[in-house]
Write a protein that binds this ligand. Structure first.
Ligand SMILES: [Zn+2]
Length: 311
């Protein structure tokens, strides 16, 4: 969080200069096409771990001998319903540990309830800082306000960490500047399940939040970190959408690298974001994921963020 202030200031002026090329729209934070009112789902993916969908992004719950860990907490509007379902499905009286994979609203909607109940809330330090300040991104209509103190992460780290609840260990690590500048993966070695957070989705183009530090080549780096953690039988839970494999992580890494290289060519040819969208740099990838315009626009702008001299 030392750099974004400078970078945001620099980008503010660039965005201002490019205002004619950028039409502000109220983009959400989850994959394109997400319906926030869909029914909640619970899917068991390993003996003591389940994925809960429908609350704004994938939420993972893992049972240990003495407790329950949750990775992300869904949107606040769905939190009460989600927590009830999680406790029932996982046969647990409470959530002991909550991980926030990054600061976006669909990840932190259960923080207030669980923080007040005394849960440990683990996140990267940058995520805690983002959740402690007002965030007004150029593509949103409304700012995001800071969370109350009791709802903020209370156990933060910078590089990697591990903990155990009973006999269930969890390893987690930082993915540098990928989807934001505070993304973490969580890995449950006993279940062989890796949770990616918002860096990738399997049901639509992810939001590349360059305003809070994400960038397209960082997504490649983040995927490299997760590829090093996974093995051939690891179940990979993306930010939203169905469970993936390590081979899918490798395929996504290769895809984002190709897209990055194409965008760099357009960047050095002084193209605008609209021209970058028009060049269709994602054309052979995932046509089923829908319109890539928002993803390409934000990915292109993320290059500005990284390559601005004082950024
Ligand atoms: Zn996100």
């Amino acid at each position: 969080m030392t750099r974004p202030l400078n970078r945001r200031a620099a980008l503010g002026s660039i965005v201002g200069a490019a205002a004619g090329l950028w039409v502000a729209r109220a983009f959400g934070s989850v994959a394109d096409g997400f319906d926030p009112h869909q029914p909640l789902t619970a899917t068991r993916v390993s003996p003591r771990l389940a994925v809960f969908g429908g609350a704004g992004g994938n939420v993972v719950a893992a049972r240990g001998k003495d407790g329950l860990a949750l990775v992300d907490g869904g949107l606040e509007a769905r939190s009460a319903e989600l927590l009830k379902l999680v406790l029932r499905e996982m046969n647990s009286p409470r959530v002991d540990v909550l991980f926030n994979t990054h600061w976006h609203p669909e990840r932190v909607g259960s923080n207030a309830t669980l923080g007040q109940a005394g849960a440990k809330i683990v996140a990267h330090e940058n995520t805690r800082l983002w959740l402690s300040t007002v965030i007004k991104r150029p593509w949103d209509d409304e700012p995001f306000m800071p969370l109350p103190k009791a709802a903020r992460p209370n156990d933060t780290f910078y590089t990697t960490g591990k903990l155990a609840f009973g006999d269930q260990p969890v390893e987690y690590g930082y993915m540098l500047q990928s989807h934001t500048d505070g993304d973490i993966y969580t890995f449950f070695p006993e279940e062989n399940v890796l949770v990616t957070g918002g860096v990738i989705c399997s049901d639509g183009w992810p939001l590349l939040d360059w305003w809070t530090g994400g960038w397209i080549l960082g997504v490649v780096d983040g995927l490299d970190r997760m590829i090093a953690v996974a093995n051939g039988t690891t179940k990979v839970v993306p930010g939203s959408g169905p469970v993936l494999t390590k081979a899918d992580l490798v395929a996504q890494r290769d895809m984002y690298l190709v897209i990055y290289e194409r965008l760099m060519k357009l960047f050095f040819a002084a193209r605008s974001p609209a021209e970058a969208v028009e060049a269709a740099p994602t054309k052979e990838f995932h046509p089923e994921w829908g319109d890539p315009s928002r993803f390409v626009t934000l990915a292109f702008q993320s290059i500005w963020g990284q390559l601005t001299p004082d950024g």
